[in-house]
Design a protein around this ligand. Structure first.
Ligand SMILES: NC(=O)c1ccc[n+]([C@@H]2O[C@H](COP(=O)([O-])OP(=O)(O)OC[C@H]3O[C@@H](n4cnc5c(N)ncnc54)[C@H](O)[C@@H]3O)[C@@H](O)[C@H]2O)c1
Length: 549
């Protein structure tokens, strides 16, 4: 019986069988032949997920920057993806000129359509034999950090299986002079001490005498309206395993990215480029976690941390402070510090990781559990209204991990929903950017079997039926509590009178992100509501003031 891969919109694609590999290779050879005749370099992008699909289109959109061919396309790109039931659908979609990733950036869809259908510089395949045709291979497969416990990242481990498998395949198939560029965020040391030996071994088995040309340059892509610019028009760091690889990667990145406006930093060794990515994300995760303790301080001592941060940010030296919300989320910040901690022991061979890594590890644990505190505020607010969590209709507004994007990976809202569900609340969800919440709907298999956050809570089965509501007024009807979990623009100006009317009476309002100004907080109290907020202890003062009237 044919096996299918199903796209997020429900379209079914039969998985290709081994008999289709030869015809596919014939198609690719013909495309590559005519690309070479046009003087184009052949680039294979391994893994066409969130990063790889857009990177592939950016490379395929590249033109000669100067000389007689100025303005002409200079790269032909093949996006390569395993034909697994989970991911194969991305290939036929890309071949049709459709983006496999849903992005708020209006540049993504036209760029993919343009490169596939007009410029004809981008195609996609399931056949890794295409690697033999490449001048350059860009690796964009995932490298996850699997956590065993909630709030204890130390017991987790790096999952390098996809990366190691990809490196083995690359070593078996590429031409000796092909440049390999790892863009995946990896545990420091991976490029030189894991990937390079895999390539060298494969070359030795094939009788190839030359040293594989391997390099590293991590992605800083940010989901949202500037998705493409965050890859193409952004500062990059790179390094090569040897001099030849370094020269090649520098040349490649200067050709495909806007390095004139966003200068490239070339490091001596890949471990420095890899460490750069882990440190910059651990730094971000740590300052966010650090604000959690001050957020609790503020809640208990009449201080509005939002105003404190705004006051501090007036100092230019401190202007990148951000309020942590109900958790950090996104694919990178919750895991990258883990890759550093893990590599210190398992790749680099040191035993004292627990005494060296105190802050980066604690930061991840704090960020991973901040949503639990948001849930206690919902409980307390309901109690102050004389109601109970069990059986209460609670609406969470915003389920993505940051404002004005639809990316739900590891969002703080997921933890809040799971905790409140465990406590018996009847959860409803609203988000203008998210159509389906796969972390809930597909929790038995997504992100992988046994890896859903559902495993840390009880009573989670019903969440598989969770659906995102789109009509806010309808979603609010009869709600006993509303959680403003993400500062999407649609939630910033909600009128308290409208919210209470839509709910049909006073309700608990929980602000997780400094969304409400003091006038709105005051108005909610005047309307008989209870208001609680992460990091905003001054709310008690406003409440007393209103009640004293
Ligand atoms: N998404 C982001 O916002 C972001 C930002 C910066 C850096 N990164 C880093 O970029 C890397 C990729 O992330 P992503 O978000 O694109 O992940 P993703 O899971 O969306 O994509 C990875 C793709 O690789 C494919 N793949 C896995 N094994 C393969 C193999 N052997 N051969 C071919 N394809 C294979 C998967 O099926 C998937 O389509 C990660 O290291 C991530 O940390 C991601």
């Amino acid at each position: 019986m044919a096996e299918y891969s199903v796209s997020p919109t429900g379209e079914q694609f039969p998985l290709p069988g081994p008999q289709e590999a030869a015809a596919e290779m014939k198609r690719l050879r013909a495309l590559v032949k005519s690309a070479r005749a046009r003087g184009q370099e052949i680039v294979v992008v391994m893994g066409v997920g969130f990063v790889g699909a857009v990177m592939a289109a950016i490379v395929a959109d590249t033109v000669h920057k100067k000389g007689k061919d100025k303005g002409k396309s200079n790269k032909f790109v093949i996006g390569c993806q395993r034909p697994s039931a989970r991911s194969y659908w991305k290939i036929p979609l890309l071949r049709r000129g459709e983006s496999p990733v849903k992005a708020e950036d209006p540049e993504v869809d036209p760029m993919i359509a343009r490169t596939v259908l007009e410029k004809k510089t981008l195609t996609a395949t399931f056949n890794p034999d295409c690697l033999a045709l490449a001048d350059c291979v860009v690796v964009d497969v995932q490298c996850d950090y699997l956590k065993r416990d909630l709030g204890n990242m130390r017991s987790g481990e790096a999952d390098m299986a996809a990366l190691e498998a990809t490196m083995r395949t690359i070593g078996e198939k590429i031409q000796p002079q092909c440049l390999v560029l790892i863009e995946t965020t990896v545990a420091p040391g991976t490029t030189e001490f894991v990937a390079w030996p895999i390539l060298k071994k494969a070359f030795a088995e094939r009788g190839i005498k030359s040293v594989p040309l391997l390099s590293h340059s991590f992605e800083r892509v940010m989901p949202g309206r500037d998705y493409v610019a965050s890859i193409r028009d952004f500062w990059r760091v790179c390094a090569g395993c040897n001099q030849a690889a370094r020269k090649r990667v520098e040349k490649f990145l200067r050709e495909v990215l806007n390095t004139e406006a966003f200068p490239l930093t070339v490091m001596d060794r890949p471990i420095e480029s890899e460490t750069c990515k882990i440190v910059e994300n651990s730094y971000r995760a740590t300052i966010l976690a650090f604000l959690h303790e001050w957020s609790l301080f503020a809640e208990r001592n009449g201080v509005d941390l939002i105003k404190v941060i705004q006051a501090i940010k007036m100092r230019p030296t401190h202007n990148n402070m951000i309020f942590p919300g109900p958790g950090i989320g996104g694919y990178c910040l919750p895991k990258d510090g883990g890759l550093g901690y893990w590599s210190y022991k398992h790749i680099l061979g040191f035993e004292d990781g627990d005494s060296v890594f105190k802050l980066s590890t604690a930061a991840i644990d704090i960020n991973d559990t901040r949503g639990l505190h948001a849930a206690t505020l919902v409980r307390d607010a309901l109690r102050n209204l004389g109601r109970y969590i069990a059986g209460a209709k609670v609406l969470i507004c915003g389920v993505s991990y940051r404002q004005d994007v639809g990316d739900t990976r590891y969002s703080g809202s997921e933890l809040v929903v799971r905790r409140l569900t465990e406590m018996g609340a009847e959860m409803h969800m609203h988000d203008p950017y998210v159509e389906r919440w796969y972390e809930l709907e597909l929790q038995d298999t997504y992100p992988a079997p046994g890896q859903s956050w559902a495993r840390f809570f009880r009573n989670q089965q019903g969440l598989k039926n969770a659906r995102i509501e789109k009509d806010l007024a309808a979603a609010l009807k009869k709600a006993e509590a509303v959680i403003l979990a993400v500062p999407h623009s649609a939630y910033r100006d909600l009128d308290p009178d409208w919210v209470v009317a839509a709910a049909g009476g006073p309700l608990a309002v929980i602000d997780c992100f400094g969304i409400l100004d003091d006038a709105k907080i005051r108005r909610y109290f005047e309307l008989g509501c209870e208001v609680k907020a992460l990091g905003r202890g001054h709310i008690q003062r406003i409440k007393k003031e209103v009640r004293a009237r």
